[in-house]
Ligand binder design. Structure first.
Ligand code: M6R
Length: 617
């Protein structure tokens, strides 16, 4: 979704902004723009397309100034176009603004501003806000009242419904910028006499690791020599400066062709980081510190509801199997977007687990707020430290996967499952629904997972060859049973989102109730068929596909001889306990999608229409 970067200090703002926008490209966008403020003059440059198009556009133009703001837009109101790109100016050019989020009542506000003779040059909700702020400001001036830019912003925001992360400048106060947040994250980086404002920390970390995360309803006024923080009720707030532990090389490609590939290869390290300090192989000790305050509630829960979106929802489905197997606590998994619009039944003692890589997904956040209102104890499983979800949940566990830049989630999925496995194991042990022997054996198996993933990654060349064979397909089917059904869904999502091949994931036994009609000699069917209790059944499903001439690609346990005889292609993976099999079986599926997308010439890291962090509902 949209990206924000702004700068105020001694440096040339242009360079900081362009570099920052490039760091934010991973979020997905369709247009880019900057505003450079030089005393009373503001130069705005913007265009549909990439940040590199913007750079080309300004080659011979005035890019001077030590204060500025930059934006990458992911269209919501109005098509991607030059005129809809941010920054937007108010009609009389008093205010310049960039915005993430959605102003829900923009249409009503626009009509009332039109009655005041305001004219609009774009279809955006952002321009409405710029004009609203200006209207408030000029009206006060006309009435000979003293008004600051902050006061105009504050008054305007009081009439706004929706979400925003905003950076605003006012031509009457050209040495200051204003940042405001409600629902859309903003981070302020602090260095010596300079400030960086961004929608996430990635454009900031090469300059400073001291940051302030704005809270909802905060409005900060920032000048070269200081920052003044108040909330929308005009109450003074003390900024809480934190140190972030994010390194530059973690957000760079480090020699990989794409972030997605780098992140696939990072999984052995990422999973070890997820259990490091929490799980001890020697003593078989497991403790999730972030759950300390709620562990008893979790242990005694009557019901667990997992809410999430996309890949995180698939991890949640694996969590359902894990919690039911290890803890015997009834567990449901809900799309956050559905949960929040239903009348979910939450009883005393129910636990809601919200899973999110970014910690900013709007639907998941809304589901959390609703669950809290209904009295549930909400636990977060997130990757991005300091993001909104960990700050809005009672307790939680970070996945520690490190920054995930590729839009297609890979290491987030496997680290989320690792966290859910550890949660279910610790509750199961405490409740004696998991024996000590089972627990110990799971600890041992979990420890071996990174090594086994490394073994699978060595099969990249073989997977590439299979990718070549099916790269021109228009449809595909992914099948799995039990723990591997969510992996089938995840494999299908990975393929469709980055290669634009239609892919469906199904429980293997459901195939005969419909999708089997699709199978012919052009249809690749990817079957997750490792050795577990449904192994014989999955062989029957493979036979059914074979009988209809489908192209069978089977992910099997090393040494499997039976499926080798039926399948067109097999990818062997090491054995693990069936409950941990999702952590291994998903790896070849990630690689398969990646290679197919590359062969089809797709933009792997920034697939069309998609955004990394979905901050609109
Ligand atoms: O940041 P989140 O985990 O909350 O994001 C949820 C989904 O938007 C995300 O998993 C999405 O489905 C991925 N891009 C899929 O690869």
């Amino acid at each position: 979704m949209c990206g924000i970067v702004a700068y105020i200090g001694e440096k040339e703002a242009f360079k900081v902004l362009i570099k920052g926008l490039k760091r934010l490209e991973y979020r997905g966008y369709d247009s880019a723009g900057i505003a450079l403020i030089n005393n009373k003059e503001t130069n705005i440059y913007k265009c549909q397309g990439k940040v590199s198009d913007l750079e080309n556009m300004v080659k011979d133009l005035d890019i001077s100034g030590n204060i500025g703001m930059g934006h990458t837009r992911w269209a919501t109101h109005g098509e991607p176009s030059d005129k809809n790109a941010h920054p937007h100016e108010s009609m009389n050019k008093y205010f310049t603004i960039i915005h993430n989020g959605i102003i829900e009542n923009y249409s009503k506000l626009r009509k009332s501003l039109e009655k005041e003779n305001y004219k609009f040059t774009s279809e955006t909700d952002t321009e409405v806000l710029a004009n609203l702020i200006e209207y408030v400001y000029l009206k006060a001036k006309k009435e000979k009242k003293t008004i600051s830019a902050r006061e105009a912003v504050r008054t305007a925001l009081n009439s706004v419904n929706g979400a925003y992360g905003l950076v605003i400048s006012c031509k009457d106060f050209p040495e200051k910028i204003i940042a405001a947040r409600k629902g859309s994250p903003l981070v302020i980086g602090i260095s010596n006499n300079e400030y960086f404002i961004a929608s996430d920390a990635s454009p900031i970390i090469e300059y400073t690791n001291s940051v302030i995360y704005l809270n909802d309803d905060d409005i900060a006024v920032i000048g070269k020599n200081g920052l003044n923080l108040k909330n929308i009720k005009n109450i003074i707030k003390t900024p809480h400066i934190q140190k972030i532990d994010l390194k530059l090389d973690e957000i760079e490609k480090n020699g990989y062709e794409h972030y997605m590939l780098k992140e696939i290869y990072e999984q052995p390290r990422a999973i070890s980081d997820t259990y490091r300090g929490r799980l001890n192989y020697e003593s078989k000790f497991l403790r999730l510190g972030g759950l300390h305050n709620v562990f008893k509630n979790l242990k005694d829960a009557k019901k667990i509801i997992i809410v999430a979106c996309g890949t995180s929802w698939h991890a949640g489905l694996v969590g359902e199997y894990l919690f039911e197997d290890f803890t015997r606590i009834p567990t449901e998994v809900e799309y956050a977007s559905e949960f929040r619009y239903r009348k979910p039944i939450i009883n005393k003692g129910d636990i809601v687990i919200a899973i999110s890589q970014s910690g900013e997904t709007a639907d998941t956040l809304a589901a959390i707020r609703m669950a809290k209102k209904l009295g549930a104890i909400v636990i977060g499983v997130c990757n991005v430290v300091g993001s909104s979800i960990p700050r809005e949940t009672f307790a939680g566990v970070y996945t520690h996967a490190g920054p995930e830049i590729g839009v297609a989630s890979t290491k987030a999925f496997t680290t989320q499952i690792t966290v859910l496995t550890m949660m279910a194991m610790s509750v199961g042990l405490a409740n004696k629904t998991l024996s000590k022997e089972q627990f110990n054996s799971l600890v041992e198996e979990l420890y071996l997972i990174p090594k086994k993933i490394t073994q699978i990654l060595k099969k990249a060349e073989q997977i590439q060859k299979i990718a070549h064979i099916i790269k021109d397909s228009t449809n595909s089917l992914y099948l799995g049973r039990g723990y591997l059904f969510p992996v089938a869904l995840e494999g299908a999502l990975k393929l469709k989102e980055i290669s634009y091949i239609h892919a469906e994931g199904y429980p293997a036994a459901e195939m005969k109730h419909g999708p089997i009609a699709l199978i012919d000699e052009k249809m690749p069917v990817i079957v997750l068929a490792t050795k577990d209790k449904s192994y014989e059944k999955i062989i029957s499903n493979i036979e059914e596909v074979k009988a209809r001439k489908g192209i069978i690609i089977a992910i099997v346990t090393e040494g499997d001889e039976s499926i080798k005889k039926i399948a067109d292609h097999i990818i062997e993976i090491p054995y693990t306990d069936f409950s941990l099999a999702p952590l291994l079986t998903v790896i070849p599926l990630q690689l398969l999608s990646y290679y197919i997308a590359v062969m089809r010439g797709c933009n792997v890291d920034q697939p069309r229409n998609l955004a990394k962090s979905v901050t609109v509902e």
